[in-house]
Design a protein around this ligand. Structure first.
Ligand SMILES: C[S@@+](CC[C@H](N)C(=O)[O-])C[C@H]1O[C@@H](n2cnc3c(N)ncnc32)[C@H](O)[C@@H]1O
Length: 397
């Protein structure tokens, strides 16, 4: 048994009760001594050999590590938001969960190139809970920190209410939050707990640990059929409320893979969306390689939009990565490149309609602004009301 498995098993024994899946996932990913994001797992080779993210080494890749064009597009959107905010003396760009820091580096490089005036007014805040990843970010942003104002925070709680004017950005943050897992049974809603029996981690169903689980399904008007398992991300609710608290005026851009509530609980996802990644291989067993593999669950964007609205963030729009890119003029940007080049091929991969182009969504919310018509939302495959539509599910699965 690994030290982390031992630690989890001791915690179950000491508590005299199994852990909720969310508590188990919290330890697997964020245990300060052995958690996946806190130690870097068992990294293999690659350019940035100790990063969990990347095409060569690492366990999975994200859009920013695949291509700098997401950052180039975002830099253009930043310029428009800066104008809507009437060019504040300090424009804060806060990124939460920056991973190895590549996205922020590419955004800063592009803003420096296209808008030195905005660059001089930028104040960067990176919110990162992992000291290990923060070191990678400091290394990645070493050159930028000579010219840009960059600070780090370990959580949003240290920031004052209404202290930011600018943009709150995240890419694949919310899918990395520990989730509760619930299953509808003939006896009502049950929660999945993790026990340690006979040297093995095993799942067991018990009464939900908190009323917030059924309340959150009710708030989304979701009526789970018997036999259906799904994830509920209460950490995402807290996060959205914190973002609304710290933002005075500006825009929140959340990029992640996920669905509207209606699609989240469609019969094709009747066993939930939890997945593990180890060296670019997808696995479904969270009880293997604990602390060495990533674990994620798709994001319920309807829930983020709803909680955001309740906390003071208005819905600006919802789109997918492909339409986000097209709206921001990716075709013109790549036109000057050799179409066979690696740069253009990487963009093609990001745009793929059967891949990241549609599985990745972009949620934009705003506060303290008139409803902005943003360039990024010029073309979008959804009308905003899909986020609010009642989840219609077959009565049995
Ligand atoms: C899947 S990685 C995404 C990295 C990066 N955004 C990218 O796209 O390459 C998730 C990131 O979120 C961070 N994270 C997760 N929970 C967090 C929290 N509560 N506060 C701050 N950072 C967090 C992780 O440490 C990691 O940097």
């Amino acid at each position: 048994m690994t030290p982390l498995s031992q630690k989890i098993s001791s915690r179950i024994r000491e508590a005299g009760h199994p852990l909720t899946f969310a508590q188990f996932m919290e330890m697997a990913l964020y245990d300060p001594d052995y958690g996946y994001y806190m130690t870097g797992g068992d990294r293999c080779s690659g350019e940035n050999s100790d990063s969990p993210i990347g095409m060569d080494g690492g366990d999975y890749y994200t859009a920013p590590c695949l291509s700098p064009f997401l950052a180039k597009c975002l830099a253009r959107q930043l310029q428009e938001i800066d104008e809507l905010l009437e060019q504040p003396t300090e424009f804060t760009l806060l990124e939460m969960g920056p991973g190895e820091g590549r996205f922020m580096k590419d955004v800063l490089d592009e803003v420096t190139r296209i808008d030195p005036g905005l660059c001089a007014r930028l104040s960067i805040i990176l919110v990162e809970s992992s000291p290990y990843l923060r070191r990678l970010q400091e290394r990645m942003l070493e050159a930028n920190s000579k010219t840009a104002k960059i600070m780090w925070a370990s959580n949003l709680g240290v920031l004052d209410d209404d202290s930011l004017v600018g943009m709150v950005l995240s890419n694949e943050l919310v899918d990395a939050f520990p989730v509760h897992r619930v299953r509808m049974t003939s006896e009502g809603l049950k929660e999945i707990y993790v026990n340690h029996v006979g040297g093995q981690f095993v799942e067991q169903l018990e009464a939900p640990s908190t009323d917030e689980l059924s309340n959150s399904l009710k708030a989304l008007d979701v009526d789970l059929p018997v036999g259906f398992t799904t994830e509920i991300n209460l950490n995402a609710v807290d996060w959205m409320q914190q973002v609304a608290r710290v933002l005075r005026r500006g825009v929140v851009v959340t990029i992640d893979y996920g669905h509207t509530s209606q699609d989240y609980v469609s019969p094709v996802r009747k066993d939930g969306t939890l997945l593990c990644y180890y060296r670019h291989t997808v696995a479904t067993n969270p009880y293997e390689r604990i602390g060495e593999q990533d674990m994620t669950a798709h994001v319920n964007f309807s829930s983020l939009a709803l909680v955001g609205e309740q906390a003071g963030l208005s819905l600006t729009g919802f789109t997918n990565l492909m339409h986000f890119f097209m709206s921001l003029g990716i075709d013109e940007m790549v036109a000057e490149y050799d179409q066979e080049s690696d740069e253009v091929q990487a963009v093609v991969q990001l745009l793929r309609p059967e891949g990241m182009g549609t599985t990745f969504k972009v949620l934009i919310q705003h506060k303290g602004l008139e409803v902005p018509t943003l360039q990024a939302l010029r073309h979008r495959p959804f009308f905003e009301h899909v986020l609010r539509a009642r989840a219609r599910i077959a009565s049995h699965v």
